[in-house]
Design a protein around this ligand. Structure first.
Ligand SMILES: [Fe+2]
Ligand SMILES: [Fe+2]
Length: 209
């Protein structure tokens, strides 16, 4: 376990805090330290749970070594921009349409990608997974799907338990279920749905019809 994760664990025992995870890898631990400096403690706990779950999902779905490492790194970095002030998000990722102008938090995926690039990350699988974890990646991108599913179903969320279980057997189906759950939730609460999420949702609907 990296110093950042070990420190959090020691200070406040938490039954949901993963016993192990990607931050134990020497190649990923420095990123865990950097993320720890960028987000709240509560957010960092979420990130550790997402990273541990994403890695488990990747192993359960027989990812290659390269995909596994990309998934773990993307999960560690996915919310690196989540706690930045709105003005900084706008600088890092200028809004592309009204939805993003009205809901600037939706920019934290693209802003996170920009930060990862500035930290020297070049693997497009990692960068795409960070960028698309807010709106949902195109179906078929296994690394990004694993991060998305882990993000919405990590145990601290208290929802999407069935998505988490399904992801251990069939990642593509779990992703489809996760996107459908999100669209239905947002619509039932009268909230805006990101255009990219709707595009993914419509693609799934077309496949089923
Ligand atoms: Fe996020
Ligand atoms: Fe997240």
């Amino acid at each position: 376990m990296s110093d950042a994760a070990a420190h959090i664990r020691r200070d406040a025992p938490d039954p949901l805090f993963p016993a192990s995870g990607p931050c134990e890898r020497a190649s990923i631990a420095p990123y865990c330290q950097r993320v720890r400096m960028m987000v709240s403690e509560e957010r960092f706990r979420h990130v550790m749970r997402v990273a541990a779950l994403a890695e488990t999902i990747a192993i359960a779905n027989a990812f290659t070594g390269g995909e596994l490492r990309a998934t773990a790194l993307a999960a560690v970095l996915h919310d690196v921009a989540r706690d930045l002030p709105v003005e900084r998000l706008m600088e890092l990722a200028p809004p592309e349409h009204d939805m993003e102008r009205e809901h600037p938090l939706a920019l934290h995926g693209r802003a996170g990608r920009a930060i990862a690039v500035s930290w020297g990350v070049t693997d497009e699988r990692v960068l795409n997974a960070i960028e698309q974890h807010v709106s949902g990646p195109p179906p078929g991108d296994r690394v990004a799907m694993a991060v998305y599913v882990a993000d919405v179903s990590e145990p601290g969320r208290g929802v999407n338990g069935e998505v988490r279980e399904l992801a251990m057997r069939d990642l593509a189906r779990a992703y489809r279920r996760a996107v459908a759950n999100k669209v239905r939730y947002l619509r039932s609460h009268g909230k805006a749905v990101h255009p990219r999420t709707l595009k993914v949702y419509d693609e799934f609907s077309d496949q089923q019809s």
